[in-house]
Design a protein around this ligand. Structure first.
Ligand code: SF4
Length: 441
């Protein structure tokens, strides 16, 4: 029987030094999270209170929706608001009133703060509270209004999800009894297809009850309390986890469910907490794990021995680096991350190869110098750096694509590996095609 090997706290990079940098950063802002959050919570609406820049960012990141009315919009702060001629709180009430009369299906409305709303110190929490009180008491459909910040000041783009979910935690019902049956709460947005696969695996283990946060419907908010055991599905949920812990939930320590190994260890953490019989666990995961290992092995010849450099961007960098080094044999030249949460990433750190160069934060010029000096085969970075680096002859992978794609779980492990193999293949083809064809491509 194949069992997960226990982690040794002294191994890997648990105590490795981390280069901390503070300087110019090249990342998207937290508004980007609306792109996947609005797909997940299907009766929620995200109203950004911001500028035309914010509206353009959202529109280009989310693409144009042809078949459905989008469930996000931007209330533009204009000159009258900036000059204090219009009362911004009255303006928000007016815009929300218009929106809800046109879209009666909305059950949960997020007022999302931006750099401009923060600069003019617009109190969206106050607006949300006032509107919620009014809309929950009014006759007709009830609408809950919440607020959070997606501002790009001092944040990276995945923090938008963290801020949104942290704002949702107070809406979760109380699971009252101290001695209630433990329940498992999976925390973090997962694509529905991935969520369904995990539901089937937990059911095959006989593990339950299992709930997911955020839920697909605002009215299906899971309860939380001292009997809640939470398993983080994403590594960028520091505030959300803190808010859930304050409600009594206990976090289960595990690596993140990326790749065959990460997924197995993540499921194992839940199985251990719920005392699932080892034989039943093995029977439940073995077929999918085998498929995952096979799919990853297909990509290994293209990736093994290749040197990879991570710029800090999505906060997925450590789990991805662990997957690429342990399951695909890639060599880690530098693993940069915007924030290194040592507690949430403890298992990931323990699994990284000894001596991995870790950096936190960014000083983009210094990091670019280190990247050029390393001349890696593949660079994972934000969109702003990708084109210039490609022009210098480096091969890049957009970090944001890894957040937009379903990559968690056994069934996605092969696709995840392929996402890294594809740019190398493209580069090979271009090199083989010669300069004329390369330009045409
Ligand atoms: S929130 Fe700030 S960083 Fe994001 S699009 Fe708006 S102005 Fe730009």
């Amino acid at each position: 029987m194949s069992r997960v090997i226990p982690l040794h706290p002294e191994s890997g990079c648990s105590d490795a030094p981390v280069l901390r940098e503070r300087g110019q950063r090249e990342v998207f802002c937290g508004l980007t999270g609306i792109v996947w959050l609005h797909r997940k919570i299907q009766d929620a609406f995200f109203l950004v209170v911001g500028s035309r820049t914010c509206a353009h960012l959202l529109q280009s990141a989310a693409g144009v929706m042809i078949f459905a009315e989008p469930r996000f919009a931007t209330a533009i702060i204009d000159e009258r608001d900036l000059a204090g001629i219009a009362d911004a709180q009255d303006e928000i009430d007016r815009v929300v009133g218009q929106l809800l009369s046109r879209r009666p299906e909305i059950k949960l409305l997020f007022l999302v703060g931006s750099c401009p709303s923060e600069v003019i110190k617009l109190d969206l929490a106050k607006a949300a509270q006032r509107l919620s009180q009014r809309l929950l008491l009014a006759p007709g459909p009830k609408v809950r209004v919440l607020s959070y910040s997606g501002s790009g000041i001092e944040t990276t783009f995945t923090q938008g999800e963290d801020a949104c979910l942290a704002a949702l935690v107070p809406e979760m019902p109380v699971a009252l009894l101290q001695n209630a049956t433990p329940s498992l709460l999976i925390v973090g947005v997962l694509a529905d297809v991935v969520e369904d696969q995990f539901i089937r695996l937990f059911a095959a283990m006989g593990l339950g009850p299992v709930q997911f946060f955020p839920p697909r419907r605002a009215g299906a908010m899971p309860a939380v309390g001292p009997a809640t055991r939470m398993l983080l599905a994403q590594p960028f949920l520091a505030d959300t986890a803190r808010a859930l812990e304050a409600r009594g939930a206990q976090r289960l320590e595990a690596p993140f469910p990326l790749g065959a190994e990460g997924t197995e260890r993540w499921l194992q953490a839940a199985a251990d907490a719920f005392q699932v019989d080892p034989l039943r666990f093995e029977q439940a995961v073995a077929p999918a794990r085998q498929r995952a290992r096979h799919a990853v092995a297909v990509q290994r010849p293209r990736l093994a021995g290749k040197r990879i450099f991570f710029f800090p961007d999505s906060q997925l960098e450590l789990p991805l680096a662990r997957f690429l080094s342990r399951e695909l044999g890639m060599v880690l030249t530098e693993v940069g991350t915007p924030y290194l949460h040592r507690a949430h990433l403890a298992s990931e750190l323990a699994l990284l190869p000894v001596g991995t160069f870790l950096s936190e934060g960014q000083h983009v010029d210094q990091q670019l110098d280190r990247c050029r000096a390393q001349a890696p085969d593949l660079v994972v970075c934000g969109l702003g750096l990708a084109n210039p680096l490609e022009a210098e002859g480096l091969t890049t992978k957009w970090a944001i694509e890894l957040v937009f794609s379903p990559i968690q779980g056994f069934e996605q492990a092969g696709d995840l590996a392929e996402l890294f193999a594809r740019p190398l293949l493209r580069r090979e083809k271009l090199a083989g095609a010669g300069p004329a064809t390369a330009l045409a491509a």
